[in-house]
Each structure stands twice: as C-alpha cells, then as structure tokens.
Design a protein around this ligand. Structure first.
Ligand code: 4NP
Length: 179
C-alpha cells in the first residue's frame, strides 16, 4: 500500500479527469507487488505523470500486513534508484471496484483475485502484469522470496519491462489512441 494516500490528479496530466487507479497484487505484498508499485511510480516521476495515476499494491495473503517491503527487494530496487514506499496490506473485494486495473504477478494470484470478484460489482480489469511485457515472454513474475540476490534482480528486470509496456498502453488509452 502506498502510505502517501490518494494523490489528486487528472487523467491526461493536465485536464480535469480523475486519475487512473492501478493495483498490483502478489501473495505477500512484500516482494513483487510493492516492487511493481515502486517501478511504476518511478516511471511516472520520470515522465511527470504522477498526477494522472493513483498506484497501490496488495497481497492475497495476510501474513505480512503492516510490514515494509522485504529488505532484499528494497536493496535491489535502491541500486536502480527506485524507492519502495509500500506497507503490506491484504486485498479486499472492494478493491475490485475501487481500482480500474488490477495486475497480478502469477497464476495463483490471478485465481485468488478472480475468486474475490462479485459479478456486476467488480468493475476493475483484472489480468496478469506479464501480458504487458515487450521483451520478456514469461507468463508469471516468479516469486523471489526463497531465492538469492539474482532472483530479486530478475524480478526487477521483468517488472521494468512490464510496467513500461503497461504505462505505454494506458497512456495510449488516456490520449484516445487505444483500441
Ligand atoms: P511476494 O513474495 O508474494 O512477492 O510478496 C512472498 C512473500 C512472502 C511469502 C511468499 C512470497 N511467504 O511465504 O511468507
């Protein structure tokens, strides 16, 4: 979860539309999804688009609620100049109507999120983050929790690719170039 709360903003970075709301989801909300949140926020900052989006992350599990991101992930992200401001929280069914896009890290996350969705109430577009990759062809962001340092680097490589693709797609939609 982003502790800074709800940023004001506009859909096109200068108009009056509300920000596009994005939620990244993994299992524990201490490794992959807070890293995706940080990577996406970093891209927004670099492009001056912070006000056009509201970004958050959550876990399907409750075990780490309230904790900051895993120190191994924070170190790896920090080496790339990316901060991870998140504190873990568990996803709830309400998130599926409060956010426009819910991006999951692996197949189990996707199943768990879909199981929370009440038809007719859940309005978010729910799908795997890796579907936005441009360079990688993996279908899941692998869980680095029990891996070594290289697992965290690999996750960040994947997330940078996927978040870049996601931002391109969403900007095209915002600017009316989407399909
Ligand atoms: P995440 O990684 O889902 O990317 O936050 C994990 C964090 C904790 C655990 C598993 C995965 N765990 O088993 O506690």
């Amino acid at each position: 979860m982003n502790p800074s709360g709800v940023p004001a903003g506009s859909g096109r970075g200068g108009g009056t539309e509300r920000p596009v709301r994005i939620l990244f989801v993994c299992l524990g909300n201490i490794c992959r999804s807070p890293a995706a949140e940080g990577v996406f926020l970093h891209l927004l900052e670099r492009q001056g688009l912070e006000r056009a989006f509201r970004v958050d992350s959550a876990g399907t599990g409750h075990w780490h609620v309230g904790r900051p991101a895993d120190p191994r992930m924070r170190s790896a992200a920090g080496r790339r100049g990316i901060e991870l401001p998140s504190r873990a929280r568990q996803i709830s069914a309400d998130d599926l109507s409060r956010f426009d896009h819910v991006l999951t890290m692996d197949r189990q996350n996707l199943r768990d999120v879909l199981a929370l969705a009440t038809p007719g109430v859940a309005t978010a577009r729910i799908g795997p983050l890796t579907s936005h990759c441009r360079r990688f062809t993996l279908e899941e962001v692998p869980d680095p929790y029990y891996g070594g340092e290289e697992s965290f680097e690999r996750v960040l490589d994947l997330l940078e690719d996927a978040c870049t693709g996601l931002l391109e797609t969403l900007r095209a939609e915002q600017l009316g170039h989407g399909n």
